[in-house]
Design a protein around this ligand. Structure first.
Ligand SMILES: [Zn+2]
Length: 322
C-alpha cells in the first residue's frame, strides 16, 4: 500500500509518464484473470469501476490513485515472468481487498492471504512447479513463532516510496508462507481463503469441528498440540492426523509432526503420501535413518514416485539439510 504523499512523489518522479512491461499484453491478461479469481474467492471490491494499471518498478506495491480512479500495481520487473506473475497476483489481492475491514486489516492475515492467493492463481495457470519449488525453499528447521508473527505491525511510513528495501522483518514472507501452508493443510483452500472475508478468527473457526479447531489453535500458537484419538473411526483418525501432522511439519514442530503422521501411517499403511510426509518430518527431527527407511517403505507402495526417489537420493547424500 502507498500513501497519497508517496503516490504524488511517485508521479512527480516519473513526470506522469508510465513505463510498460515488454510483455505488457501477457501480464495484463494475467492480472485480469487474477482480479477475477480474487473476486470469486473474496467477493467484489466496493469500487469495481476503478481500473488498474501495471507499472514496472524497482519494488512491488499497490497504490490507490484517487485522481484517476484507478489502482497502480507497481511490480518489481526482475527474475523472469513467473516471479513477475507472482508479484502481480499478490498486488492484485491488495487491490481487491484494499477497502475491506475485518481480519484482513491485521498485517499477518493480510500479507499471508496475499502470498497464498498469488500462489493459488499461479497453480491454476500452469505454474505449480514454480510454486512448489518456492514453497520448498520456505521449509525451515526453526520452530515458527506464530505469536510473534501475529504481533508484527506494518512499519510503513509516509514517504517510504523513496526507499529501496522492504521494512518487514527478515523471514517475514517465508514465515507467512509456512503458516499459510500449515493452515491450508488443515482446512483446504476454500475454507482457508474465507479468512479474508471474516471479521474475527472466532467467526472463521466457529463452524469447524472441535478437533479441527484444536489443530488450528495449535498452529496459531494458542494451544499446545495434543495427539488424542478423536474417534473410534480409523478413517477419521487417518484423515485428521495426516493433515495435522503435515501442518505441524510446516511450522517446524517436528516432534509433534512425527507423532501425528505415525498415527496416520498406522491407520492407513497403504498411503504413500503419508510415508513421504513422515519421512520429511523424521529428517528434520534428526531421525535420519528412520526417515530413509520410511521413504523406502513408501517406494514399495508407489515405486514410480519420483518425488520420493529424489528425496531419498537427497537424504542419502545428506542434502536434506537447510
Ligand atoms: Zn503485500
Amino acid at each position: 500500500m502507498l500513501s497519497q504523499y508517496g503516490l504524488m512523489a511517485f508521479l512527480k518522479a516519473f513526470k506522469k509518464s508510465e513505463p510498460q512491461f515488454k510483455n505488457e499484453e501477457f501480464f495484463h491478461d494475467y492480472a485480469v484473470a487474477g482480479y477475477s479469481h480474487c473476486c470469486d474467492w473474496l467477493g467484489k471490491p466496493p469500487d469495481p469501476e476503478w481500473t488498474f494499471k501495471l507499472i514496472p518498478w524497482h519494488r512491488s506495491m499497490c497504490a490507490r490513485d484517487s485522481l484517476n480512479h484507478r489502482y497502480l500495481l507497481m511490480i518489481c520487473d526482475s527474475d523472469g515472468s513467473e516471479a513477475i506473475c507472482r508479484r502481480i497476483g499478490h498486488e492484485m489481492y491488495h487491490r481487491v481487498t484494499w477497502r475491506r475491514s475485518g481480519l484482513r486489516s491485521q498485517l499477518w492475515t493480510n500479507e499471508m492471504l496475499a502470498c497464498a492467493v498469488s500462489d493459488h492463481i499461479m497453480n491454476l495457470h500452469g505454474m505449480e512447479n514454480y510454486v512448489h519449488a518456492a514453497e520448498q525453499v520456505c521449509v525451515s528447521s526453526n520452530k515458527l513463532d506464530t505469536v510473534r508473527l501475529r504481533n508484527i505491525h506494518s512499519p510503513r511510513r509516509l514517504g517510504e516510496i523513496t526507499r529501496t528495501s522492504t521494512s518487514y522483518p527478515q523471514d517475514f514472507g517465508r514465515d507467512l508462507i509456512r503458516l499459510a501452508n500449515a493452515l491450508m493443510a488443515l482446512c483446504g483452500w476454500e475454507s482457508f481463503v474465507a479468512l479474508g472475508t471474516k471479521p474475527t478468527l472466532a467467526d472463521w473457526m466457529c463452524e469447524m469441528s472441535p478437533q479441527l479447531q484444536h489443530a488450528v489453535n495449535a498452529v496459531l500458537g494458542f494451544e499446545e498440540p495434543k495427539m488424542e484419538l478423536i474417534s473410534a473411526d480409523l478413517e477419521a483418525q487417518f484423515l485428521h492426523y495426516k493433515t495435522f501432522g503435515r501442518a505441524l511439519y510446516w511450522i517446524g514442530e517436528f516432534h509433534y509432526a512425527v507423532e501425528g503422521l505415525q498415527i496416520a501411517r498406522d491407520r492407513r499403511p497403504s498411503d504413500a503420501e503419508t510415508h513421504l510426509y513422515l519421512a520429511n518430518a523424521l529428517w528434520y527431527a534428526n531421525r535420519r535413518q528412520e526417515a530413509m527407511h520410511t521413504l523406502r517403505r513408501g517406494l514399495k507402495i508407489v515405486p514410480s514416485s519420483q518425488e520420493m526417489q529424489h528425496t531419498l537420493n537427497d537424504y542419502a547424500r545428506g542434502d536434506g539439510d537447510i
